[in-house]
Structure formats: structure tokens, C-alpha cells
Design a binder for this molecule. Structure first.
Ligand code: MG
Length: 335
């Protein structure tokens, strides 16, 4: 089958720069793709690379798109190498129509969403409003300030958390093994759902050692950019959580099949894509039982613009969110 192909690159400022252990992040670059079948059926996809996370770069992705030309056949689309996970995610989505509106027959599934708290002591200021809004799951980025300061804030946060709520911590690989051990000791038998990427992805021995030494559940994020990496960790006997950013991991169908087949304990997470890419992921999350954990999509208004953010995502996701996102409108809104 041949498709008419077109793409649009975007560069969108974030509403508020995102501070993580990787540094400050102020704008998002990506590409929207459009595939039109001979029948006239149109599908959209989003390429949202995170090179510092181990994906292809924006330049590489644009080069692939340019090489496709105005008409491309299915074989060429399928021949994109596995390491271009973001491009493959977008192309598969555009071909399968996962971005299209959810139809009436689809499930009435509802999934909780985790709320992202700001780094440092500001987390305590933000928490009450998020609780009021109905969130039950919270994520706090750590490894940004000094360990002692952050451990103090952790105590205050946990004290402010009602018994029905849970906190996930994400260190983005910022700690060394000794710092991580201090944290894990402190988290034991407290309402900490898991600690994400306590040490750098390169320190595999420390990750496995910490998982064996402490009762707190650990999650891999930076360690598992692609599906192949997640499968390798499974082979190493990893029994913790996998944070999967589907928009970096290749075709959604392949990611979903891996989760279903291996019963991997996953958190599905945003890679800060526009509502177009997110809709594709959330639609799959609502139509297949892939996870029992709160979705990592509670990043709020990323761009501060409804066109790219889509509707505000509250504490629970249902199909109304997806129904309100129109990929064609997002495509048309980009110059
Ligand atoms: Mg993370």
C-alpha cells in the first residue's frame, strides 16, 4: 500500500520550564506526521524525541521524514530501524488510527492519574489543591537539592498525605549508591509506592543490589528507554516496576503485546508530547488492561495552550478526554 506522507516540525515553549536532575527544560521540539491512504483515510502520529533519554535526535527524525518524500509505501515505513523508536511510534499510530476518536463500543474503563508535585518545598504548597481535586497518587522529583533537605521535606510530605494516598519518588538517576541507600532506608514501610531510577542507568549492579537489599519497590525509567532494554532487564530478573514512555518505545501495539505477554508491572508515562501523541497512548491504555498503576500523565498544562495540551487531565482518565482531542485540528493549528 502507498500513502501520501507529510510532516510538520514544531518547537513549543513549555508553560513553565521543567526542572529535573537532567537540568532545566524550556521548550519541546517534535514532529507531527500525516499519512493518507489511497482510500482517503487519514491518520496522524507524533514524533517526540528525548535525545538525553537515549532516543534518536530531532535532526535524525527529520531526515527520515524528508527521505520518505510525498509518497511512501508500507515496506519503507516498516523498514525504519528499531533504534528510531519515536519515529516508529508515530508511523504505527498514523497507520493504525490510534489517534482517531474513541468509538462508542469501547470500554468504560477509568484509570487513575498521578499528580506531579514541584521539586523542593514547593511540593508541600501544591499538595492540598491536588488532594482537593481528587488525586490519590503523587509523584515528587528528588535528587535536585541536598539529600538532608529533601529527606526533611519527604517527612513533611508523608505527614500531609492522607492514608488513602501514595507517593512515588523519582530521582532521575541523581544519587550514588550510598545516597540511594539512605533514601530507601527512610522510605521503608511508609506509603511510598516506588522509588524511580535511584541511581544512573549505567550502574546496573547498584540497581540490582538496592532492589535486593531494601523492601521498597524500585522502578526503572532512564534504564528502559526502548522495549529491548526493558526485555533485557526482565532477563536479568528485574521484579520491580518499568516506567514505559510509549512514545519513545516504538509501535504501541508492540509495547502493549510485550506488557500483556510478560505481565510486566508498568507505569505508562508521558514524554511531554502534545495531546495528539498522548491521545494515542491513552486510547490504548483505556482499551486494554495494561496497568493497575496510576498513569504518569499528570504533568498538568505543559504548554499552557489548549491546542497542544488538550483538555485538563484530572485525577481519573476516561474516554471523554480522548474524545475531546482532534488530531486534525492539532495538525491544522501548526504552521
Ligand atoms: Mg522518571
Amino acid at each position: 500500500m502507498a500513502y501520501r506522507f507529510s510532516f510538520k516540525s514544531y518547537r513549543l515553549p513549555l508553560r513553565a520550564p521543567l526542572r529535573t536532575a537532567h537540568g532545566v527544560w524550556a521548550e519541546r521540539e517534535g514532529i507531527l506526521v500525516r499519512l493518507e491512504e489511497e482510500t482517503g483515510r487519514v491518520g496522524f502520529g507524533e514524533i517526540a524525541p528525548l535525545p538525553w533519554f537515549g532516543t534518536e535526535t530531532m535532526v535524525e527524525a527529520e531526515e527520515i521524514c524528508r527521505k520518505f518524500g510525498a509518497t511512501v509505501d508500507a515496506g519503507t515505513l516498516e523498514a525504519v530501524p528499531a533504534r528510531f523508536g519515536c519515529v516508529r511510534f508515530a508511523l504505527a499510530g498514523a497507520r493504525s488510527g490510534t489517534c482517531h476518536l474513541i468509538d462508542d463500543k469501547e470500554s468504560a474503563m477509568r484509570l487513575p492519574v498521578t499528580a506531579l508535585l514541584p521539586v523542593g518545598r514547593t511540593a508541600l504548597v501544591t499538595l492540598p489543591a491536588k488532594l482537593e481535586a481528587g488525586f490519590l497518587s503523587f509523584k515528587w522529583k528528588v535528587g535536585v537539592g541536598a539529600v538532608d533537605d529533601e529527606l526533611g521535606i519527604l517527612d513533611d510530605l508523608l505527614a500531609a498525605l492522607p492514608s488513602y494516598a501514595q507517593l512515588r519518588l523519582d530521582a532521575n538517576g541523581a544519587w550514588d549508591r550510598r545516597q540511594a541507600a539512605r533514601w530507601l532506608k527512610r522510605c521503608a514501610e511508609r506509603p511510598v509506592e516506588f522509588v524511580e531510577q535511584p541511581v544512573p542507568a549505567a550502574d546496573e549492579a547498584a540497581l540490582l543490589g538496592l532492589a535486593a537489599d531494601y523492601p521498597v519497590t524500585l522502578a526503572l525509567d532512564e534504564s528502559v528507554t526502548g522495549l529491548a532494554a526493558a526485555q533485557r532487564w526482565q532477563g536479568l530478573g528485574w521484579s520491580g516496576v518499568f516506567v514505559i514512555k510509549p512514545s519513545l518505545a516504538g509501535p504501541l501495539e508492540e509495547t502493549a503485546a510485550w506488557i500483556t505477554t510478560t505481565k510486566a508491572d508498568v507505569v505508562l508515562s508521558s514524554a511531554i508530547e502534545t495531546a495528539l501523541g498522548r491521545a494515542a497512548i491513552l486510547r490504548t491504555a483505556l482499551t486494554q488492561p495494561l496497568t493497575r498503576r496510576a498513569l504518569g500523565f499528570g504533568v498538568g498544562e505543559i504548554f499552557g495552550d489548549r491546542r497542544w495540551d488538550g483538555p485538563i487531565l484530572g485525577p481519573v482518565l476516561d474516554r471523554s478526554w480522548i474524545s475531546a482531542v482532534n488530531p486534525e485540528e492539532i495538525w491544522n493549528a501548526l504552521n
